[in-house]
Design a protein around this ligand. Structure first.
Ligand SMILES: Nc1ncnc2c1ncn2[C@@H]1O[C@H](COP(=O)(O)OP(=O)(O)OP(=O)(O)O)[C@@H](O)[C@H]1O
Ligand SMILES: [Mg+2]
Length: 218
């Protein structure tokens, strides 16, 4: 099982949105079983999940001090991926969560404020030594700030090739807690999220190969 932690210390950066859409996409593309853990006391992911009719992705409730045990149980039950949504502004907790991550997904909006806030999370990630990938989100097509943000971020770490556009569809409600990608599986949002999930899987693959190399060479 691979554990993907979605974190940025900046509030409202798009963590929960990515957690929802990527977990649904992973199941849609046959990469399940997927499990979700919501570690944010705001409970936004949990509230969305409660509205869903679909059985997948599944969500489990795990106390923070029982996280390792909870992940061991998921492994035992054959989970393929566990996606962990996190709160902003709780650096110490985020640092603990990075320890269990195989990859940290770090959403960043191409805005001056997001770029100014990014170093706090970047520093914690570098200290953790865990692989991470920036995902540019709420992107408006062909804007200079997006190119600038990608250039700045790429000096600090890997930037996902797929950018997530700013789409009303990502924040609109659909029947039975569906995401837009379920409601319109052939639409532009679905294509974008399918490509992003592939992109993230390839980051996981590369980081796994690198850690195998490190282990092999002691
Ligand atoms: N690509 C996008 N296009 C349009 N709206 C988006 C996009 N990404 C996120 N949003 C919207 O922006 C708001 C903030 O996103 P989200 O809740 O995912 O951020 P967050 O990082 O989880 O926030 P918090 O730090 O409060 O947990 C939400 O209303 C969400 O629907
Ligand atoms: Mg959130």
């Amino acid at each position: 099982m691979q554990v993907i932690v979605i974190n940025s210390q900046k509030g409202g950066s798009g963590k929960t949105m990515l957690c929802k859409h990527l977990s649904v996409e992973a199941e849609r593309s046959g990469d399940g079983p997927i499990f979700l853990i919501d570690t944010d006391p705001q409970g936004t992911l949990t509230a969305w999940h409660t509205k869903r009719d679909a059985e997948t992705p599944a969500r489990i409730e795990v106390p923070f001090d029982g996280l390792e045990k909870g992940l061991a149980v998921l492994r035992h039950h054959g989970a393929a991926y566990c996606l962990i949504d996190t709160a902003s502004g709780r650096l110490e907790i985020a640092a603990e969560l990075f320890k269990v991550a195989d990859l940290v997904v770090f959403p960043v909006q191409p805005s001056e404020d997001d770029l100014t806030a990014a170093p706090v999370t970047v520093q914690a990630l570098k200290q953790s030594g865990k692989p991470f990938v920036f995902v540019l989100t709420r992107v408006k097509a062909n804007t200079l700030i997006t190119a600038q943000a990608a250039a700045v971020l790429s000096k600090h770490g890997q930037v996902a090739e797929i950018f997530v556009n700013d789409r009303t569809a990502y924040k609109s409600p659909y029947a039975k807690g569906q995401t837009i990608t379920e409601a319109e599986p052939k639409g532009l949002a679905a294509k974008e999220i399918t490509a992003l999930w592939r992109n993230i899987k390839s980051c996981l693959h590369v980081s796994m190969q690198e850690s195998e190399k490190v282990n092999a060479h002691g």
